[in-house]
Design a protein. Sequence first.
Length: 226
Amino acid sequence: MKTLFITLLFITSSLISSAQIHVFKPLPYAYDALEPYIDSKTVEIHYDKHHRAYYNNFMTAAKSTELENMSLKQIFETVSKHGDIVRNNAGGWYNHDLYWEIMSPGGSNMPKGKLSEQINSSFGSLENMISQMNDTAMKRFGSGWAWLIVTDEGKLMITSTPNQDNPLMDVVTQRGTPIIGIDVWEHAYYLKYQNQRKSYVESFWKLVNWDIVNTKYVDALTGKKK
């Protein structure tokens, strides 16, 4: 009886541990909270259909495999070994978590402290950084992302990836920890902006929550990656 109890406790603990590792986060605000820059219907479809589908597909692929008990950071470090289904869907899940998290209604403050200093050191000014990010987003052919990342050397860099790849993956040329990501898949903006990606990208900055970005920058410097 004691052996059975210990076995059941171990199984239960394993299931709880797995569930805690892979959780689909609630949207941090209402669907209409990002109006007028991102419309309610786009947020609803983007979050509840596209984003949720990436998570569900990943969970299906991960079921009864070692992936159930690996963090996304661990998965991305060896994603080339796990196949396209895991790469695309784990990437899509993570990328969108970051995307929703770094935005808030009306945006929030400005970069401060070490982040502000590093932006000025790396790009000359915040305005220059935003201009370069926008240019990178516009030059991403087809679907993908533009990123502001912290490199392993602690430097800021702007980069881009196709599809649902991200800079944490071992399949990309320039690796680092993302602290801002601009989604340039058409489903992120087409209902409101149609083919005007430039207008969407420029509007994105009116929503950036710099308090969150500051926190992510500090975490990246101290090695706290998801």
